[in-house]
Design a binder for this molecule. Structure first.
Ligand SMILES: Nc1ncnc2c1ncn2[C@@H]1O[C@H](COP(=O)(O)OP(=O)(O)OP(=O)(O)O)[C@@H](O)[C@H]1O
Ligand SMILES: O=C(O)c1cc(-c2cccc(F)c2)nc2ccccc12
Ligand SMILES: [Mg+2]
Length: 273
């Protein structure tokens, strides 16, 4: 049985439809693969822009990592191709868009909905870590929703294979809100950075804002993260409060393991009532 060689794709293989949105580097379109009728999201990136911002290496790493992952809660990268000016990523289409958009509309989720998303996230992270991949950029903007509202981790731009612990001060873009103390300080970090981010996500889904936010003043957010300056509102249940405090620990080895998250009362009572 010959191993299926990845097919060489080209733009002519697709009927390109509406724009799904523009990002920092990419413009994403709904597209249909002509022969199969399969619907995908086609992400178009410009080589000139990639070259100047030397993001090319990060993109190749993203493609390499995401291309090899197969999990219901991880956005599939089916393939890629490029022409002389553009790189095209053939991505799974997340029909319900970004979790972030839903959070903005709903302001906050019920603890049941939050538990559902955190359980799916935990399953995806267990899979990722089993492949020795750290995501490092877990935040609502990078979490997409499938047709049945199931969570899909997208955007592996900041993920790395844990083979080597890189302590280089990556130019971290976007908000600090989700970063753990060790990354904020540019210290060495391990897979437990994703566990910290899971705690930030749980807090934000239930409360509506991230725990260390300080309306855009980065220095204050930085200080609050370093001090783990956490204030959990009274309306948050005992179980949710307990889980949040066991995830948002300064020292990465004090954080709950992903396996233990799956068995935590907050998750169990909502997922397997
Ligand atoms: N697989 C997808 N399915 C559906 N919509 C998508 C998909 N990928 C991206 N989008 C939408 O397209 C827009 C742009 O995506 P993109 O990932 O380029 O933006 P970004 O994440 O803000 O930027 P970057 O990834 O460069 O940091 C996003 O707002 C997102 O809603
Ligand atoms: O001209 C190239 O060979 C080229 C290829 C790719 C590329 C090809 C596949 C996957 C991927 F992630 C990136 N990215 C680029 C970015 C800037 C300039 C040139 C290139
Ligand atoms: Mg993105």
């Amino acid at each position: 049985q010959p191993t299926a060689e990845p097919k060489q794709w080209c733009l002519a293989d697709f009927e390109v439809g509406k724009s799904l949105g523009k990002g920092n580097f990419g413009h994403v379109f709904l597209a249909k693969e002509k022969k199969s009728g399969f619907i995908v999201a086609l992400k178009v990136l410009y080589k000139r822009q990639l070259a100047t911002t030397n993001i090319e290496k990060q993109l190749r790493r993203e493609v390499e990592i995401q291309g090899n992952l197969r999990h219901p809660n991880i956005l599939r990268l089916y393939g890629y191709f490029h022409d002389d000016t553009r790189v095209f990523l053939i991505l799974e289409y997340a029909a319900k868009g970004e979790l972030f958009a839903e959070l903005q509309i709903k302001k906050k989720f019920t603890e049941y909905e939050a538990a559902k998303y955190v359980a799916q996230m935990t399953n995806a992270l267990l899979y990722l870590h089993s492949k020795r991949v750290i995501h490092r950029d877990i935040k609502p903007e990078n979490l997409m929703l499938g047709l049945n509202g199931e969570l899909k981790i997208g955007d592996f731009g900041w993920s790395v294979r844990t083979g080597k612990l890189d302590t280089r001060r990556g130019t971290l873009c976007g908000t600090l809100d989700y970063l753990p103390p060790e990354m904020v300080e540019g210290r060495s970090h391990d897979k437990n950075v994703d566990v910290w981010s899971l705690g930030v996500l749980l807090y934000e889904l239930i409360v509506g804002d991230p725990p260390f936010e300080s309306d855009g003043v980065e220095e204050i957010t930085y200080t609050r993260i370093m001090k783990v300056d956490l204030h959990i509102p009274k309306y948050v249940s005992r179980d949710a409060t307990d889980l949040i405090t066991r995830l948002l620990r300064y020292s990465s080895s004090d954080r709950l393991s992903l396996k233990a998250v799956m068995h935590h009362p907050f998750i169990v009572k909502h997922i397997h009532p």
